[in-house]
Design a protein around this ligand. Sequence first.
Ligand SMILES: Cc1cc2nc3c(=O)[nH]c(=O)nc-3n(C[C@H](O)[C@H](O)[C@H](O)COP(=O)(O)OP(=O)(O)OC[C@H]3O[C@@H](n4cnc5c(N)ncnc54)[C@H](O)[C@@H]3O)c2cc1C
Length: 378
Amino acid sequence: MDFSLSDEQEALYASMRKLGQDVIAPGAAERDQKGQWDPQVWKAVSAAGVPGMPIPEEYGGSGGSILDCCLVNEALAEGGRDGGFGLSLGAHWVIGTVPIWLHGTEEQKRRYLPGLCDGSLIGAWASTEPEAGSDSTAIKTTAVREGDDWVLNGSKIFITNGPIADVCTVLAKAPEGPTAFIVDAKTNPGFKVGRELDKLGCRSSPTAEIFLEDCRVPANAVLGDLGNAHWKVAFECFDWERTVMLAGIVGGMRTTLDQAITYAKQRQQFGKPIAHHQVIAHKLAQMEINYQVVRNAVYKAAWLKQAGKEHMVEASVAKALCGTLSVDNALESIQIHGGYGYLKDFPAERALRDAKLASLGGGTTEIQKMIISRAILA
Ligand SMILES: Cc1cc2nc3c(=O)[nH]c(=O)nc-3n(C[C@H](O)[C@H](O)[C@H](O)COP(=O)(O)OP(=O)(O)OC[C@H]3O[C@@H](n4cnc5c(N)ncnc54)[C@H](O)[C@@H]3O)c2cc1C
């Protein structure tokens, strides 16, 4: 087994971490406080070719492998220290763009992918509804055929990039069964952005309710097969969320740990740095253990995916570990910072708020355990 990275991958990691430090990190605390998306940060990251990372060059992307995408996501999160930016980028890549690449017709790919790759278009995915969360088969949004068009009606909630998306893939129930439709979100008058949701963390990523009100799309807006969107298109999204997107959590955990180490070495109590009190040193050691466990699990799942091997259980294990251990580490970081960790002056409390999403979005920890238990009990 070879865990080493190539020289190119090491260089990619270093350049992406620097990009994160230079363009994402500077305003991260302010964007969190204001709950604000910054298009200038998106522009700068797009100029570096990041949004098209997973997509083949012929459609305007960089043709990065799954592992390359993980490294980019991890490095940007480590350097950028902004869970919200990572969430928006992840949603753009993994659930906004990849489904069009993997399931789109040639015409759909030529139409949307170049803009999604250069960042001039922002992507989103809308499946969750007020009464269809973990049970995504319970969606009520309807798709009715009218002549050459489809007419969509229903409501969606928790849609990452909803207010800024140019292209949104919407899951709806057609007579044939669940079907995915590509909607031009900015120009379709039936695609209405509702309330922007005020969140605990990842606050620089805009999340909204979406209303589909007689949202008319042409027949060639159907993505993939009619009636088969759950088992093909949606499950593919979850698969990418539980591998590539998780690497951002790993990068965030690294930064949280590094910040705690730096603080523990500087802060003096009882005549010595608190890092020299064994209890604190062991807290840091446990954070390192958690970080390594999560990183290995995420990259194992991603490596299996890249190799085309079965990885459903490994991806759910990685997701469940991320959900629990990233929060554990963020809580310990606050504890190591003492009272200062409870203040907004230090990044520890934001890390905790950002980390909590890992156990919720893209399938909760309980759902991951359901998937794992079904597999091991089968
Ligand atoms: C910030 C954010 C961004 C998001 N972005 C998107 C997006 O871009 N697009 C999109 O479509 N969706 C998005 N989501 C939605 C997300 O995928 C759902 O929130 C998630 O799937 C859980 O659904 P729910 O919130 O309705 O919770 P519920 O399904 O109502 O779950 C509530 C609780 O019950 C538990 N539970 C449910 N069913 C079971 C069961 N069978 N056994 C045991 N426990 C169970 C859950 O684990 C959870 O603890 C986002 C969510 C958030 C918070």
